[in-house]
Write a protein that binds this ligand. Structure first.
Ligand code: ZN
Length: 186
């Protein structure tokens, strides 16, 4: 849960990060950045700010803005009925990203996770990604990432997105963001 004020502040901060990329975006697009706290109510540590540019029955293209050291928790895109699940390419546009997927465990990873959440991150094969680096994930492959010290802006280009049905290692996660309205603060 985050307050409306926090939500708006996160949108502004994300628009500023995305502005660093030089990618042209309209103001009305920037106002639609969606803020995900994954139900953990600790946005600076766990979250993602997502600007959806294409979202059809076939494909999706999104820009993900990550605050410094913010973590997008371990998740995968499940098979749903006849749909094999989302295949996703992540490409760093700006900043630095510590990315993790199944494979040999990296001994001294760059990412740092709060101790009480270590159980919720099972895959530690690291890729340090900088602008121009990209990785393609087959459906149902678990992955997670953390931004470096300046934050990061990352493309997510994929087959059909069904974000609310993503599955997470952390059982506390709720994908939908609950916004606490506060009428005293506009
Ligand atoms: Zn993903």
């Amino acid at each position: 849960m985050i307050t409306r004020k926090e939500y708006k502040a996160a949108q502004l901060r994300s628009a500023h990060l995305i502005g660093q990329t030089g990618i042209f975006l309209r103001d009305d697009e920037l106002r639609k950045i969606s803020v995900a706290d994954f139900g953990l109510s600790d946005l600076d540590k766990f979250g993602a700010q997502i600007l959806t540019l294409v979202d059809t029955q076939m494909i999706a293209a999104k820009l993900i803005a990550m605050f410094p050291h913010q973590i997008l928790p371990e998740h995968w895109h499940p098979k749903i009925g006849a749909y094999a699940g989302k295949e996703e390419t992540l490409r760093v546009e700006w900043g630095e990203l510590y990315f993790y997927q199944p494979g040999e465990r990296t001994l001294s990873p760059k990412a740092s996770i709060p101790g009480n959440k270590l159980d919720c991150f099972k895959n530690w094969h690291e890729m340090i990604m900088r602008p121009g680096d990209q990785v393609t994930l087959a459906p149902v492959t678990p992955h997670w990432f953390q931004a470096g010290s300046k934050g990061a802006v990352v493309w997510s280009i994929s087959t059909k997105a069904l974000d609310l049905q993503d599955e997470f290692t952390d059982p506390q996660i709720r994908r939908e963001t609950f916004i606490l309205e506060n009428n005293n603060e506009q």
